[in-house]
Design a protein around this ligand. Structure first.
Ligand SMILES: [Zn+2]
Length: 512
């Protein structure tokens, strides 16, 4: 994938800059010099004179690019099609009983929906946990890689890997899924575990490693309950061998704690700890329902807990115990999740939600999350989660040149009192008008520079009109699955979970 020429010198002139891991803001304008894809110098404004190109950013706030640890590009055509369904019911409408096949061009356009929204809302790095379909068709993957390549995003692509039928990741299926439907769901074709591992290895050997390529692959087992232990450990071994980050969905819901107890005799993070799966550069997506032993295991192993507050709200999953994780020394990153559930992948919205919902956790305001802590999770926390250490998500000399900038003469920042609080609580993208990724300018003066945004949006809209009835038919055919899973969901509510699990939901009783 293209990055800036290694000798190109680009000067960003005159912006107020959030410096270092601490996001220091002294209000002073600075010059930031980028050579190739790295930050070469940060000096008082007007000090640096020589560059091949100068971008004037006075009246701007320059921020480290936001890192979205978790998106699903295969959901973008379905944004806004569902509402008010808990995860276990909703997810069947993404992986419908009858799939809706797309052409490579449609997949390219679908990927662009998330890419464009991400750049426009300050995201410079995203992890795309991509479902490839019933069989691995590499032309589909190539369309996704092409889209991120063209848009200019830093993207790490995983493949939502599983070696169990999705239906068998739920408990009590024999009791609640009618036998013919259960047989049909179990027989649905899916790639083999060997196919998945071969795909990742081949693409890394072709150069798509996150440390060396702007568009790359990582390892993404979908969830422990959707994978055999042998597959999980084969993934762990490949990650260790190739030095790749790992992401996996864990204990997003109460039903998943129940599932863990039935499958493994314990909640799932305890299980992952027991089998040696937890390591640094390993992100547990969601991790909402945790007990103290699990928080301790995350801290001890160096794994990351990835907070997806907007997704957790819209699917009714609950609120992660972020303060308890931070106090234990666990790295916390942020993710949007897929837009079929969240409708938007906007990371500014994710940050505002993370800081806002934290105020519901307890009566001690000293323990609520601050805007600065949340911005840290979206930048340096995200970089650490993906194995970039302090090379990404921070504005300092030597780091990778990934930034976005907001105009400070727009309403979110007027009057300018506290740049970080205004960014997190007020800004949702309307002031974002500049983005640089891997040393290349991808948005300037509010215009995406590497793609024709208007033409793409128009083509996306036209393609969706063609697809709409097929999505509706696929969803309608899936309703019997939802009915069965609804019975499982209701039954799980009567199952107990460990008494020391952090409460993640407001009960109906408490909210009266
Ligand atoms: Zn997800």
């Amino acid at each position: 994938m293209t990055t800036a020429n290694s000798n190109t010198r680009t000067l960003l002139r005159g912006a107020r800059v959030l410096l270092q891991q601490e996001l220091l803001d002294d209000g002073q304008p600075r010059d930031v010099l980028i050579v190739g894809d790295r930050i070469a110098a940060i000096e008082p404004a007007g000090t640096i004179q020589t560059a091949d190109r100068v971008v004037v950013l006075d009246r701007h706030l320059l921020c480290p690019g936001l890192i979205n640890g978790h998106q699903h590009s295969h959901e973008h055509f379905q944004r806004g099609r569902t509402e008010n369904l808990p995860l276990e019911l909703w997810m069947n409408l993404v992986r419908t009983r009858v799939p809706v096949p797309l052409t490579p061009r449609q997949i390219y356009l679908r990927t662009m929906i998330g890419a464009i929204e991400s750049i426009r809302s300050g995201c410079t790095t995203l992890v795309d946990d991509l479902a490839l379909g019933p069989a691995i068709d590499e032309t589909r993957l190539d369309a996704v890689i092409q889209a991120y390549g063209d848009a200019g995003l830093r993207a790490l692509i995983g493949f939502s890997m599983m070696d169990r039928p999705v239906v068998d990741s739920f408990p009590f299926v024999e009791d609640h899924v009618p036998a013919p439907l259960l047989a049909e769901l179990r027989a649905m074709p899916r790639p083999s575990s060997a196919d998945y591992l071969r795909l990742v290895r081949t693409r890394v050997e072709a150069g798509l490693h996150p440390m060396s390529s702007r568009v790359s692959v990582l390892l993404a087992p979908s969830a422990p309950q959707r994978c055999s232990e042998a597959f999980l450990m084969a993934i762990r071994a490949l990650a260790d061998e190739l030095d790749l980050p790992v992401i996996t969905h864990v204990q997003e819901t109460r039903l998943q704690v129940v599932t863990g107890q039935l499958m493994y005799g314990s909640p799932m993070v305890e299980y992952l700890d027991r089998i040696g799966f937890l390591k640094p550069a390993t992100s547990l997506i969601h991790a909402v329902w945790l007990n103290p032993r699990e928080i301790e295991a995350l801290a001890r192993s160096g794994a990351t807990a990835q907070h997806n507050p907007w997704s957790n709200l819209l699917l009714g999953s609950g609120v992660m115990p972020v303060r308890e994780l931070l106090e234990a020394g666990v790295n916390v990153s942020l993710g949007s999740d897929g837009s079929c559930s969240t409708v938007t992948a906007n990371m500014l919205n994710v940050m505002g939600t993370a800081a806002g919902v934290a105020k519901l956790r307890g009566d001690d305001p000293e323990r609520w999350l601050s805007a600065r802590e949340v911005l840290g999770a979206a930048t340096s926390g995200g970089a650490r989660a993906l194995g970039f250490g302090n090379e990404l998500g921070v504005i300092r000399v030597g780091a990778r040149a990934d930034f976005f900038a907001c105009r400070t003469d727009r309403i979110s920042f007027t009057p300018l009192t506290d740049a970080v609080r205004q960014l997190v609580y007020a800004e949702r993208g309307a002031s974002v008008d500049f983005s640089m990724i891997a040393g290349t300018v991808v948005m300037e003066s509010g215009v995406l520079t590497t793609i024709d945004e208007a033409a793409l949006l128009s083509e996306i809209e036209a393609e969706y009109r063609e697809l709409e009835s097929r999505y509706a038919a696929a969803e309608a055919a899936t309703l019997p699955v939802l009915d069965a899973v609804r019975r499982i969901y209701l039954r799980s509510l009567a199952c107990t979970i460990p008494a020391d699990t952090w409460p993640a939901r407001l009960s109906a009783q408490a909210s009266r």
